[in-house]
Write a protein that binds this ligand. Structure first.
Ligand code: G3H
Ligand code: 13P
Ligand code: ZN
Length: 326
């Protein structure tokens, strides 16, 4: 018998997604690897009164250590409970789980939601793997995200040169046969900071999203690779000695259009990394004599928190929605 997420004060994603689908907004899913990122995300969501999905990739879990991830998530719940305006709903989610064993391990370690990513597998194998995870997760009331279609870029240890857009007809069959609670689809986003080449016009296939939504009006759709790669962070990093040439993300207005439709969960990792890195470079440049990690990591935390607040308020529409999640 493992640890159950309810005992940690976490919630699954069901009610969050139902509220998001009703209201035409999306729940933010921010990746974290360490204490500073986690605190920044949670404080930003508490201040904007947004529900939040804290997500961890398998490499992030390896980096931080599984017990740290669990205890950090539990600490996040405690932090939320002590907030003057009250708590916000918090889910702990496995990002891009590649195997049944990993998904089970996370569920038994207190995760309230898992992604099983069989998108690189043949259709039938993706269905079989995803269904196996659903069959384990659902009796424990853990929600499951599947993926159909392939995003370009790096997904943990798997990397793809080219994307394959999701076929809406296949998506319908996939959801019916697996019973997933949400589905990540490929409509032109990609992972990392280099989503487009200079001169390319970033254009999401919102027609595919609309087709999926028409076929399955109650399905929460997930958008991976949704970082906008803000110019100000890229320029600051480059100005202060970094080298992130030609980093280009998804324009925010395209994310806004997607979340006003069926997209209920938006995954953001790269933007948090950029904000963190820009703040560190700024601190080291402006205060070269400082060697107290609390100073420069504190500055990084503030910068990530500001990013989170801006995303929730200006892009995802999740600010002020905590009380809508029953
Ligand atoms: O989709 C991938 C996430 O950005 C996680 O990346 O495996 O480097 O932690 P990571
Ligand atoms: P970005 O690299 O665009 O932040 O995407 C993150 C993601 O999809 C995590 O699963
Ligand atoms: Zn992803």
């Amino acid at each position: 018998m493992g640890i159950r997420y309810g005992d940690l004060g976490l919630v699954n994603t069901k009610k969050m997604f139902a509220a998001a689908l009703r209201g035409g907004w999306a729940v933010p899913a921010y990746n974290f690897n360490n204490l500073e990122q986690l605190r920044a995300i949670v404080l930003g969501c508490l201040e904007t009164r947004s529900p939040v999905i804290l997500q961890v990739s398998s490499s992030a879990r390896k980096y931080a250590g599984a017990p740290f991830v669990r205890h950090l998530a539990q600490a996040a719940v405690e932090l939320a409970a002590s907030h003057e305006a009250g708590p916000v709903p918090i889910a702990l989610h496995l990002d891009h789980g590649a195997t049944f064993v990993l998904a089970k391990e996370c569920i038994d370690d207190g995760f309230s939601s898992v992604m099983i990513d069989g998108s690189a597998l043949p259709f039938e194998e993706n269905i079989a793997l995803t269904k196996k995870v659903v069959d384990y997760a659902h009796p424990l009331d853990v929600t499951v995200e599947g993926e159909l279609g392939v995003l370009a870029g790096v997904e943990d240890e798997v990397s793809h040169e080219l994307s394959h857009y999701t076929d809406p007809e296949e998506a319908e069959e996939f959801v019916r046969l697996t019973g997933v609670d949400s589905l990540a689809i490929s409509i032109g986003t990609s992972h990392g900071a280099y989503k487009f080449k200079p001169g390319q016009k970033p254009q999401l296939r919102l027609d595919i999203l609309e087709d999926v939504a028409k076929r399955m009006p109650d399905l929460p759709v997930v958008l991976h690779g949704a970082s906008s790669v803000p110019r100000e962070y890229v320029e600051e990093i480059n100005r202060l000695g970094g080298s992130l040439k030609e980093a280009i993300g998804i324009p925010e207005d395209q994310i806004r259009r997607a979340v006003s439709g069926a997209v209920c969960k938006v995954n953001i990792d790269s933007d948090g990394r950029l904000a963190f890195t820009a703040a560190l470079r700024r601190s080291f440049t402006e205060e070269p004599g400082v060697f107290d990690p609390r100073k420069y990591l504190g500055a990084a935390m503030e910068t990530v928190k500001a990013l989170v607040m801006d995303k929730n308020t200006e892009v995802l529409g999740s600010s002020g929605r905590a009380q809508e999640v029953g």
